[in-house]
Write a protein that binds this ligand. Structure first.
Ligand code: NOJ
Length: 741
């Protein structure tokens, strides 16, 4: 009698996988290539989303028409998208290995972006930790879960630089700064791949979306990107380059055009920059149907031309759309495409499969009971540490926070007060029902007697029926905690917003509560910076809680009651209003800068809102009080071969120990092309015990001063520089030096 899939999984014996060098995988791939027909080669260039795939969004018509089993058996599939249950992975892999002529295993890829079974905070939140080590450790744990799910590759990290919070995908990003982005990008790759994705605990990563997808005009999803090569090179490429340098296994092209040409068929991006300048030797995959969409970009007349343009530009693997499968063979036969281009792509794909160890064990990490590897105590602890470091305290007047655990009655109000819908978009296998809500986090910490809870209203809609109850509850309490924000489904892919207000009647509820004249603490849940002007003026304290994943409520409660000290810093500026966008810290000065960023006639400014944001990049408060002093640089003139050492003393003058993110910015006084007013160059997270001080040292060199000059060459030029050190991008402690090569 044939065994069920479950029984076969139980009987699986895992074979050891071998770590192989690039040279070895290249030779192995070449040997295999010799045995392949043209059609089999092209099959390796296709990623199928079978009907079992958990994909959202545009449905691809071919999915149902072509039986996935048939395609796999014919050797026409190279990898599988978004199948995450072990039984289906096993079933499909078995077909490939046992039924296709050459038995080449498939690889399995999915979006495990901020966690797998354990939900970590959304990426923008984790970026606020300014903690590459935390990101790396988190990704190691995430990789462990991803690998034990039977997946080989995660479509992460997303390193698109973002300056427009209307774009729903800012929640996946590392924020607005090129340096922070590149530091965190490399940490993601190190954590996932651990230097060897053949190992039992690691997983291959994919750097996306190449290129500049974060600059979609107006923050509108899938929209046009138009930027100068200078802007691209100077600010937007750093995250992708950091991934390439860290050895990321793959790159994903973006949906947008760059310089008029869709990224998926953009030779300048894929060949000139990625392959030639960066010497990248992993594989390049398109985004979901981004190749076929060239027909709608109207840069290709039909699917045949899409295939032609994409292979010439250097696209190795096509996600979901089937232009390669349907047209490449004929394009080779007609002589329009050299077979060597196909060989080049297939070598990349086969090398990857050898590197993962799929030829050693195609059923790598498939388990009958995988749940035993998920949500391990150490993973949940790390998710909590990540949540704690992601929270940004935006306001805390008169030390409203932390709260005492006893004595006062707390009214906990708002649609997000007892919501466990806090996994955030791209939650992969994490479950909302396993997330700790704010109310349950608070109850486990201080008990329930002093907490009075009511929602007051929904996140969306205009139902005010709960207001009276909320006001009654608030009246009988000493303080009000109001949990407001976006629904988690309002950010992520295809979730652009034109307004950045807290939706529904939540602001009205806040105003009604404010009228009671009680201390008002606001907790904002969102996947993007929102307009918080009213709250900044009218509340006593604000915590930006993002979507923190499994440990959301426990982390927030710990901060509210002082068991933990907030230490997150904004990775993205919070605008006063949507009309200021783009508003980011590293803007250019212009020829008519406005004094203090305020209104001044015939200066670059608005008549109705300042130039600066409500809360700037790098900003975030602590229960501790940190004072910066004694900024010292070790030389006034820096030579080409030298390093400049910068030291600063930070005193914690409070009775609370805390972590501070010390930030170093430079300003180049003048340069051959315009440079931003400030550029982040270093940061360090340090613990400073109560009533202690620490001296922090940074070193920088000429590479930190370099900028793309008029000839598009990155160079430091002999110029005067100012260093600023402090706790956010407005840091004012400064020192000056010159660079002389
Ligand atoms: C589309 C998204 O843009 C991309 O980020 C994701 O990896 C793919 N779909 C696959 O799910």
């Amino acid at each position: 009698m044939e065994l069920t899939i479950q029984q076969q999984l139980e009987k699986l014996e895992h074979k050891p996988t071998t770590s192989r060098s690039k040279t070895e995988t290249f030779q192995l791939a070449q040997e295999l290539l010799k045995k392949m027909t043209l059609a089999e080669k092209i099959g390796q260039m296709f990623q199928l989303a079978p009907p079992e795939a958990n994909v959202e969004g545009l449905k691809w018509e071919h999915r149902e028409e072509n039986s996935s089993a048939k395609l796999i058996c014919e050797g026409k599939v190279g990898s599988i998208l978004s199948v995450t249950d072990s039984e289906t992975i096993f079933k499909l892999q078995k077909l490939a290995v046992e039924q296709s002529r050459l038995g080449i295993p498939l690889f399995f890829a999915a979006d495990m972006i901020h966690g797998c079974r354990t939900g970590f905070p959304i990426n923008l939140a984790m970026a606020c930790s300014f903690d590459p080590d935390l990101i790396e450790r988190s990704c190691r744990q995430i990789a462990y879960e991803v690998a034990h799910t039977g997946l080989n590759l995660t479509f992460s990290p997303m390193v698109d630089l973002v300056r427009d919070p209307r774009w729903g995908r800012v929640m996946e990003s590392n924020g607005e700064d090129p340096y922070l982005n590149s530091q965190l990008a490399a940490a993601y790759v190190r954590g996932y791949q651990q230097g060897d994705y053949s190992s039992a605990y690691s997983v291959a990563a994919c750097c996306k979306h190449f290129v500049a997808y974060g600059a979609a005009e107006g923050g509108r999803e899938y929209n046009t990107v138009d930027m100068s090569e200078r802007e691209l090179r100077q600010h937007y490429l750093s995250g992708y380059k950091a991934c390439a340098d860290a050895g990321v296994a793959s790159f994903m092209t973006s949906f947008n055009i760059y310089d008029g040409v869709p990224a998926t068929a953009n030779k300048f991006i894929l060949r000139d920059i990625l392959r030639n300048e960066w010497q990248y030797d992993g594989f390049v995959i398109s985004d979901y149907t981004s190749s076929y969409e060239m027909i709608d970009h109207r840069t290709a007349r039909d699917a045949r031309e899409v295939a032609l343009q994409s292979i010439v530009a250097g696209l190795d693997h096509e996600m979901v759309s089937m232009t390669y499968l349907e047209h490449l063979e004929e394009l080779v036969i007609s002589g329009e495409v050299e077979e060597s281009l196909i060989d080049e792509a297939v070598i990349h794909m086969l090398q990857f499969k050898y590197q993962i160890g799929l030829f050693d064990d195609p059923y790598k990490h498939l388990y009958a009971d995988r749940e035993q590897y998920m949500r391990l105590p150490e993973t949940l602890n790390l998710a909590k540490e990540a949540a704690l470091k992601s929270v940004v305290m935006l306001k805390n007047d008169n030390q409203t926070l932390p709260l005492a655990k006893q004595k006062q009655k707390i009214a906990l109000i708002g649609p997000l007060a007892d919501s466990n819908q806090v996994v955030g978009a791209w939650g992969s296998l994490a479950r909302n029902e396993e997330c700790v809500s704010l109310l349950s986090g608070m109850k486990s910490l201080i008990g329930g007697e002093n907490i009075l809870h009511t929602a007051g209203c929904d996140i969306l809609g205009n139902n005010r029926d709960g207001f009276a109850q909320a006001i009654a509850v608030a009246k009988s309490a000493d303080i009000i905690i109001l949990a407001v924000g976006e629904d988690q489904s309002m950010s992520g892919e295809a979730k652009s917003r034109a307004y950045l207000n807290i939706p529904g009647v939540q602001n009205e509820l806040a105003q009604a509560l404010k009228a009671l004249n009680k201390p008002l603490i606001v907790i904002v849940f969102s996947g993007r910076p929102l307009e918080l002007g009213w709250y900044a003026e009218n509340s006593d304290a604000i915590l930006q809680a993002w979507f923190l994943g499994n440990e959301s409520g426990s982390a927030l409660a710990s901060i509210l009651f002082g068991d933990s000290n907030p230490s997150g810093k904004l990775a993205m500026s919070f605008p006063y209003t949507v009309g200021q966008i783009p508003v980011y810290y590293n803007q250019y000065n212009t020829g008519r800068p406005s004094p203090n960023g305020e209104y001044s006639e015939y200066r670059s400014c608005y008549i109705d809102v300042p130039n600066y944001p409500l809360y700037p990049f790098g900003y975030g408060l602590s229960y501790s009080k940190f004072e910066y002093m004694d900024l010292v640089i070790d030389k006034k003139v820096l030579a080409a071969a030298q390093q400049l050492t910068v030291s600063v003393k930070i005193c914690n003058t409070s009775e609370i120990s805390g972590e501070e993110v010390v930030q170093l910015y430079i300003k180049c006084k003048n340069f051959s092309v315009a440079r931003p007013n400030r550029e982040l160059k270093r940061f360090k997270r340090v613990m400073i015990p109560t009533n202690c001080s620490k001296i922090i040292e940074f070193t920088i060199d000429k590479s930190d001063l370099a900028y793309y000059n008029a000839e598009m060459k990155s160079t430091p030029e002999n110029r005067d520089y100012i260093i600023y050190v402090g706790s956010d991008s407005n840091a004012d402690l400064s020192a000056e030096f010159s660079y002389l090569s």
